[in-house]
Design a protein around this ligand. Structure first.
Ligand code: M6R
Length: 608
């Protein structure tokens, strides 16, 4: 949801900024811009649409200067047009912003009354004008910056520059931001990927921290203005992981990485015994069984929580509540003592999920919180009592694939651990289930070695006006996920439904141009799902069956069948997820959509 970068270096920064924006384009791709300082002047280039448009512009008219900021945008206030692209600026100050300034309307009126002339429709443009106004009445620059920040309401990560100095200013409140450095310069960025190629050390700014840097020193302060210390860490190795070659799209690469991710996770958390260890969530080892678990997430991560509920409730016999974060945080949830909050997030920065976690902690500070997350330094990780890391590696495609199955697998291990710890499952059963999870890694590999198997499905969507995904038990959230994947990258309407609920309404939609994807696995009410299949088939639907049944058991007249290896109660959804991802990918390619950066979306939704 917008990527920001700032750099002060010994050499010109244009290409560093541009490269950083490329690595963060997944965060937003409505427009992009760069501003540098040279000869005491601000120089700006902005372009609407993908970053390539800005790149073309900069080839013709490059920007000089060893100090600069850049931005790739996902629009919140103001349509995607050049005038709304960042950096926003006055004559002397330029700012890039990620987040939302909630009091922007009031600020705009106040600033306009004292002479500010706004060029955009954005909330962000209030920041440089406000900063300039504060500086006119305050000679202490640090105080002026803090006063400016204190007048902003809402969430932000900011980088800013001024025409008459070689200083890079920055602030973090509610949106992620990190500092990075090398002997060549100092950088601020929304994501470590952006600076992995140029920096050797990194520091993740804490909530409320702000400061400035020249080439020699970095100065940071807390929200009250007290000096704080920068604790540099080595920059993790990540550049190679972000190349997509030889795959055509990041999404395809990430689908194919899943068997390796499964093994990484299994080796990280199991040791050949029935004892599963989560080294960053040690409170689990000694905690009494909670009375309730609340799981909160958005999008795909929400779907994994829905699957885990079936696993946890069956063995723990405690209520497991699952909610979409944007609903949970505004519904005055009732949270009793001895409740665990589990948040799930690929990025660890999703605004609604993070706020749900904060609400939980405010309401019941004694309760424990645990996050399943792919980004070890993210805000959710820092604010939770425990972390179960997904080990999926950077996920660049906007449609989540490997992070989804990594969440499923870690949740399966978590369910097994709790079942074992609270005596609901003996050693032998835990071992069998772990072996089944290892077998699923092999099964996933085998499925992905024959990608042509999935090609037969695509023609069924050439005339489709929508599609329906049906499943029962853990296959119901899989149906939701299959539908989400298809709609977000192919723009074809798709709905996931509990197979047994379909006759209470959606069955009216059935015709020959509404392909129905039925997920029918032995583990989850197979006979009942097959009955539901017959109900839609009798009404003329074209059926795609994803199943682990034997060939001779398959009902007649199915339009296409994808056979997957048979899994157990925990591993089966991991295998069924793969054909659904491939189906979405193939249909999107057939329709010629932008698979990795589908319209209107962004990878990391850091505004509510
Ligand atoms: O980073 P998170 O897991 O918190 O993100 C949540 C959703 O925004 C995300 O899963 C979204 O639904 C994806 N585009 C799905 O492919």
């Amino acid at each position: 949801m917008c990527g920001i970068i700032g750099a002060i270096a010994r050499n010109p920064v244009q290409n560093t900024l541009l490269h950083a924006l490329k690595t963060m384009e997944y965060r937003g791709y409505d427009s992009a811009g760069i501003c540098t300082v040279s000869q005491q002047q601000l120089h700006t280039q902005k372009a609407k649409g993908k970053l390539i448009n800005l790149e073309t512009l900069l080839e013709k008219e490059p920007l000089e200067g060893n100090l600069g900021i850049g931005h790739t945008r996902w629009a919140t206030h103001g349509v995607p047009e050049v005038r709304n692209a960042h950096p926003h600026q006055t004559e002397s100050i330029a700012v890039v912003h990620n987040g939302i300034i909630e009091n922007h309307q009031r600020l705009r009126e106040m600033l306009q009354a004292s002479g500010a002339t706004f060029a955009s429709d954005t909330d962000s443009e209030t920041i440089p004008w406000l900063w300039q106004q504060v500086l006119e009445g305050e000679t202490n620059q640090e105080k002026a910056f803090l006063d400016t920040l204190n007048q902003l309401e809402g969430a932000f990560a900011i980088a800013g520059i001024r025409n008459n100095e070689q200083k890079l200013w920055f602030a973090r409140r509610g949106s992620p931001l990190l500092l990075a450095r090398s002997p060549d310069g100092v950088f601020v960025a929304s994501d470590a990927l952006a600076v992995g190629a140029v920096a050797t050390e990194v520091y993740y700014l804490k909530e409320g921290q702000w400061g400035w840097s020249d080439l020699e020193h970095v100065h940071i302060f807390d929200a009250q203005g007290k000096k704080a210390e920068v604790m540099w860490e080595a920059m993790p190795e990540m550049v190679a992981a972000t190349e997509k070659d030889p795959y055509k799209h990041y999404m395809l690469k990430e689908i194919h990485e899943q068997p390796r991710v499964f093994l990484d996770i299994l080796h990280a958390y199991t040791d050949g015994s029935p004892h599963i260890h989560f080294p960053q969530a040690t409170f689990i080892e000694t905690a009494p069984l909670p009375s309730r678990i609340i799981m909160v997430a958005c999008g795909t991560s929400y779907h994994t929580a829905l699957t885990a509920r079936y696993w946890l409730e069956r063995y723990l016999k405690i209520p497991v509540e699952v909610d979409v974060a944007s609903e949970f945080r505004y519904r005055d949830p009732v949270i009793a003592e001895n409740t665990w909050m589990i948040t799930l997030s690929q990025s660890g920065e999703t605004a609604d999920t993070l706020e749900a976690l904060r609400l939980f902690k405010r309401q019941t500070p004694n309760n424990k919180s645990l996050v399943f997350c792919n980004v070890a330094h993210s805000s959710m990780v820092r604010e939770s009592d425990g972390l179960i890391e997904l080990y999926a590696g950077p996920e660049i495609g906007v449609a989540s694939t490997k992070a989804y199955t990594a969440q499923l697998l870690t949740l399966a291990l978590f369910s097994l651990k709790l079942a074992h710890q609270y005596n609901a499952m003996d050693d032998e059963s835990v071992m069998q289930h772990i072996q089944a999870l290892f077998a699923a890694a092999d099964g996933a590999k085998a499925l992905l070695e024959k990608p042509k198997t999935f090609d037969a499905l695509t023609p069924l969507f050439s005339q489709a006006h929508g599609s329906l995904f049906l499943g029962r038990g853990p296959c119901y959230p899989l149906a939701l996920e299959g539908a989400l994947k298809l709609k977000e990258i192919s723009y074809l309407h798709a709905e996931g439904y509990p197979a047994g609920e379909m006759k209470h309404g959606p069955i009216a939609l059935i015709d020959e141009n509404l392909p129905v994807i039925v997920i029918a696995l032995r583990q989850y009410h197979l006979d009942k799902v097959i009955s539901n299949l017959h109900e839609v088939q009798a009404r003329g639907a074209k059926i795609i069956l994803v199943t682990d049944m034997q060939k001779n058991e398959i009902p007649e007249n199915i339009n296409a069948t994808i056979h997957i290896p048979e899994g157990d109660f925990f591993s089966a959804p991991l295998l069924a997820a793969i054909p659904l991802q491939y189906l979405a990918y193939n249909v999107a390619c057939d329709k010629g959509t932008d698979v990795d950066q589908p319209r209107n979306l962004a990878k990391s939704v850091t505004v509510e």
